[in-house]
Design a protein. Structure first.
Length: 406
């Protein structure tokens, strides 16, 4: 019999066709469990079943990103606190056995114990759209690479007449030329079949390239609307920005602080000392795709950002290895990206730089030579196409020094 003072916790073991729900009280005592179909009507019955036993403190769900995604959305829309629960410990599973009711009860008990639980991603906003687009784009990129490799592999063993005709072409020209080819001959002729197959692969490459371009356009459109300031950071483009947002999810408040974000993207320092050695290393956990994106940002900044290059020179002089320096830079980049996601700040307006340069009468080439930059980099900085706060400060100070004194 339900009373208003009853406080219950539920655990749900999710599967493709069914979900098993278990309810316990706030002290961990089992109350009831039942199996439901993984369909819309089943989700509504799950909500009714859980709430019929008392006031729901929280629900622990296994697989909120896969089988339990729609169930989690339904529970949140009903005002129920949803937590993602990790799979039961393997050693404990071997001791106690495994079944759907046992897994559901263990999920509920994990919520009470505060063990292996986290706030799941919302998956109901523009970041979910980014995730879906990135999934399709990733498979298209892999298929495009595989098709190009197949073309080059066939060309290696092709008859000499084909190799002589296409071997000197670079990949873009090779794809275009093969797509325009008009093979003719007999189906039992190796040269004809080889050219026919390479033409088919080239047409596939062109279709995949168009698909990738469309995905990039859609990603950029969402980023321009949802997080336009994230791409202002040096080294952060569409690929990196979309991956970071997907890692955080539609509800960034689930990441409580910058240290949690560092752990989420695999750049949190962890002790790795032994004996007389005292040192730290970066965590090997977290989202490895996000960690790879941070690595790309660090590589770009090490080659183009004056501030980063000065830092690398300083730490190298202190005896740090390149790997250790990159670990530090990853941590700094993660901190900067987290602050931009949670508290967006626009890049400084550099529209005055070109106006000042023209007033003084300095050409773009001269300014680039004095600053040690490519003219294209200075031009993009003046037009607001890139963000480099250190270069903008140095450029502005140099222009002030070049103004004629009254």
């Amino acid at each position: 019999m339900r009373t208003d003072t009853n406080v219950v916790v539920a655990g749900i073991d999710t599967h493709a066709d069914t979900h098993h729900v278990a309810v316990i009280n706030e002290h961990g005592k089992p109350i009831a469990d039942r199996e439901f179909l993984a369909v819309g009507s089943g989700y509504r019955k799950i909500v009714e079943f859980i709430t019929s036993h008392g006031v729901v403190m929280a629900v622990g769900v296994e697989g909120t990103g896969s089988y339990g995604a729609e169930l989690s959305r339904t529970l949140r829309s009903a005002g129920i606190n949803v937590l993602e629960v990790n799979r039961p410990n393997r050693a404990e599973r071997r001791l106690r056995g495994k079944s759907d009711p046992l897994d559901a009860y263990q999920a509920a008990q994990a919520v009470i114990a505060g063990r292996g639980t986290s706030v799941p991603k919302a998956k109901d906003g523009p970041v979910e759209c980014l995730r879906v687009l990135r999934a399709g784009r990733s498979s298209a990129v892999k298929a495009h690479t595989a098709a190009v490799n197949q073309i080059k592999g066939l060309l290696v063993s092709a008859p000499d007449s084909l190799r002589a005709k296409y071997r000197g072409l670079r990949t873009p020209g090779l794809i275009t030329t093969l797509a325009r080819a008009r093979p003719s001959g007999h189906i039992a002729d190796p040269e004809y079949v080889c050219l026919l197959t390479m033409k088919s692969l080239a047409l596939r490459c062109q279709a995949l390239a168009s698909e990738i371009a469309d995905a990039d356009t859609a990603l950029r459109e969402i980023l321009d609307t949802y997080a336009p300031l994230l791409c202002d950071l040096p080294g952060v483009g569409t690929e990196v920005a979309s991956q970071m947002l997907v890692t955080v999810g539609d509800n960034p408040e689930r990441v409580g602080n910058e240290a949690q974000f560092a752990a989420l993207v695999g750049v949190a320092p962890v002790p790795a000392s032994s004996g007389k050695t005292t040192r730290h290393r970066l965590s090997r956990g977290g989202d490895r795709d996000a960690n790879r994106a941070l690595h790309q940002v660090v590589l770009v900044r090490m080659s183009t950002c004056p501030r980063t290059r000065a830092y690398v020179s300083k730490r190298t002089a202190n005896g740090k290895s390149k790997r250790e320096i990159m670990r530090c830079l990853k941590r700094y980049v993660a901190r900067e990206i987290y602050r931009q996601i949670t508290n967006p700040k626009p890049a400084p307006n550099n529209a005055d730089l070109r106006q000042k340069r023209n007033q003084i009468g300095i050409t773009l080439g001269n300014a680039a030579a004095q600053l040690g930059q490519w003219p294209s980099a200075i031009s993009r900085l003046e037009r607001g196409l890139i963000r480099n706060d250190e270069l903008a400060r140095t450029y502005r100070q140099w222009l002030s020094e070049q103004q004629p004194k009254a």
